[in-house]
Design a protein around this ligand. Sequence first.
Ligand code: GLY
Length: 394
Amino acid sequence: MTATDVRPGPDAEAMAAAVAAAIRTLDANIDSFADRYPADTTVDNRYPLRPPTAGQPSGANVGWTTSFWPGMLWLAHDLTGDDRYQRAAMSHVRSFATRVARGIDLDTHDLGFLYTLSCVIPARRTGDPRARAAALAAADHLMTRVLEPAGIIQAWGDLDDPRQRGRTIIDSLMNTPLLFWASQTTGDGRYASAARRHSAQLRRHILRPDGTTFHTFYWDPETGAALRGETEQGHADHSCWARGQAWGIYGFSLNHRYTGESGLLAAARTCADRFLARLPADHVAYWDLEFGDGSRQDRDSSAAAIAACGLVELADNLTDADVAHRYRSAAGRILRSLADGYATDGGPASNALILHGVYDKPKGIGVDEGNLWGDYFYLEALTRATIPDWTSPW
Ligand code: GLY
């Protein structure tokens, strides 16, 4: 056996302890949240119930992050084999089916995040017809956001909103797996073709020549011309928002997995190399890659969790074993640092899995708090580390 035959990474005992702590927290959250939804981020390290918004009561299924809750329950099922978690995850299908049927808060590209974890997983694993129909309805809705002639999926807001029209964002690369699944399950190639065009546009324009990424990018909705990059959650238009770069690692890798296009794999590697080159001593990125140790800025543990998953996905796509080993080792170091320094202990002090994330620093939202996507991707990274033949939902 050579070094490249060994899956490097955190040691098994530490990972088992980290999984056990996470499962304790999820068990308590099943009791407190059940079929309702926690807020996007913690407040003083605890998730409250999702606040009432858009005519919906508190705990309702609105916003872009609700599916991370059933997503974590599916991961808990994978990690423990306990059917209780599958039953808890399945109990969310009705809410997501209702949301898409009634058109509740659907003006977003995040239908991919929302319906991949909540409905594609049960459709694939149990054949549940209601989950499949809801996920397909979400994919159809996502297709209404494809703008011609640019061939991009508008990220945010109403399609007629002048501030948002023609704009997409790097996170959108995580939403295209819903479209690839829709083509696979229906045999209708339109969904995959839209996803392919969208990811090609991002590779050309949202990835900068120096290997960093813009958070958001505008295309002219009439001519399709590529216009300009801007940030929304990063430090500055010219800087590199850490979570965006992590979405790039994972998103370009996933889009390569579905298309086989070598340019997407190269883009994922570029994002990874740039991200890793900017990591501080403890391997958990500051919220913008502009910042390093000594900057007194906040970390974004969620960017680290996403990168830990994306680097393993990238490694799985590579044929060069030495290069793959390098990315897996980096993922292992990030995950170990999260488990040792950012994870909660499964006790009552916090109901999040990891702390010290940043949602939106410029707007002061969820700064130095836990967040649902950070928790989900931390648990996914633990799952990838402990179940080598784990089947990804993406
Ligand atoms: N996808 C939204 C975010 O990463 O904040």
